[in-house]
Design a protein around this ligand. Structure first.
Ligand code: GLU
Length: 359
């Protein structure tokens, strides 16, 4: 599960999305993307083209892809960093995913995507990506054909989703609005004194921009426009509760813990379960990019790390020897650079980096 940001207002949207995603970069990701809908001034908020950009790898690649693009009038934007669970990290699989007139970003997993995909394919819908996410945008557009009203169609779409998700959708059929839904994945709405509304999957992108934040409850969904923040749960409209957002970035990033290290210790179980999300199949871990043959060809394991991660590496070397029955040794990274190491051709070389500045 990686990062989501969204924006409704007059701010320069490419810049907000890139800066917001940058704040979530520490979580790791394999690709990134954004979609921006600009509203035409004169004609009572009619939607122009939705511009979108996607790139694999670092955010710099997305910045390069979208170079020269700017949208500072009234409009909406959604952005995403992806940690692939369904389908390889490719540009096509990067979010946003698109239908005929709508774009969606999503963190997490749609557990019942196969069933939904088959249903949509039977109606003649073509899928471009291998992701679970793409079902959301097509299901929404199919629902819209029968239901007619965009938010009602979105509500019917969310009712069919099972799994862990935080998702934002924009559509030319509802200019100036972002539809959102979340269950078991974080999503917050931020607002400031000015006429603008923000979305983010954690506080960091909102600090310095939003004054107040509302952490959405599981199973809530709704829409946001410049005039309204509408939150629903179980088909009932709620009055969302906003709390002051700290202006100090490092305080907010520590989420109430005294030190980053303390926070990281308490976060371990959540991090492990997020990392394994979508990779646990019938009580075993399945890593689709690592074939059995590839793993069988590994003769020994060398782990290179410094400081705390050196100690984590020592622990894991015991586990590798015990569970994988493979020779495992640990090198201190700060010394490794001065050596001329004799490495076996079929060694698996694991480098552990820390959140700090350790070279
Ligand atoms: N399951 C989605 C995908 O594979 C979203 C992954 C994420 O949380 O970034 O594209």
């Amino acid at each position: 599960m990686c990062g989501i940001v969204g924006y409704v207002g007059n701010r320069e949207k490419r810049e907000f999305i890139l800066n917001g995603l940058k704040e979530l970069e520490y979580r790791g990701y394999d690709s990134a993307g954004m979609a921006v809908m600009s509203l035409e001034g004169g004609c009572d908020k009619c939607a122009q083209e939705i511009a979108f950009f996607k790139a694999i790898g670092k955010l710099e690649n997305l910045a390069k892809k979208s170079e020269g693009f700017s949208s500072s009038g009234e409009g909406v934007a959604i952005g995403h960093t992806r940690w692939a669970t369904h389908g390889k990290p490719t540009e096509i699989n990067a979010h946003p995913h698109l239908g005929e007139h709508s774009f969606v970003v999503h963190n997490g997993i749609i557990e019942n995507y196969k069933e939904l995909k088959e249903e949509l394919e039977a109606k003649g819908v073509n899928f471009l990506s291998q992701t679970d996410t793409e079902v959301i945008v097509h299901l929404f557009e199919e629902n819209l054909k029968t239901i007619g009203e965009p938010f009602k169609a979105y509500e019917a779409t969310v009712a069919r989703l099972h799994g862990a998700y935080a998702t934002l959708l924009i559509t030319k059929t509802a200019p100036g609005k972002i539809f959102f839904a979340k269950d078991a994945a974080p999503l917050a709405i931020g607002k400031s004194e000015g006429k603008e509304v923000f979305f983010a999957s954690s506080d960091a992108p909102l600090i310095g921009l939003a004054k107040e934040v509302c952490y959405l409850d599981d199973k809530s969904y709704g829409f946001v426009s410049l005039d309204e923040i509408a939150v629903f749960k179980d088909a009932k409209k709620l009055s969302p509760s906003f709390a002051a957002l700290p202006a100090d970035k490092s305080y907010a990033q520590k989420e109430g813990y005294r030190f980053f290290m303390e926070k990281e210790i308490y976060e371990q179980s959540a991090v492990v379960s997020e990392t394994l999300m979508g990779r646990v199949k019938e009580d075993a871990v399945g890593l689709e990019n690592l074939t059995d043959e590839y793993l069988r060809n590994i003769d020994d394991i060398v782990i290179c790390a410094c400081g705390t991660s050196y100690h984590a590496a020592l622990t894991s070397s015991y586990l590798f020897e015990r569970l994988a029955d493979t020779r495992a040794k640990v090198e201190i990274a700060s010394e490794f650079r001065y050596r001329r190491p004799k490495l076996n051709k079929n060694a698996l070389f694991i480098v552990i980096s820390q959140s700090g500045e350790t070279a």
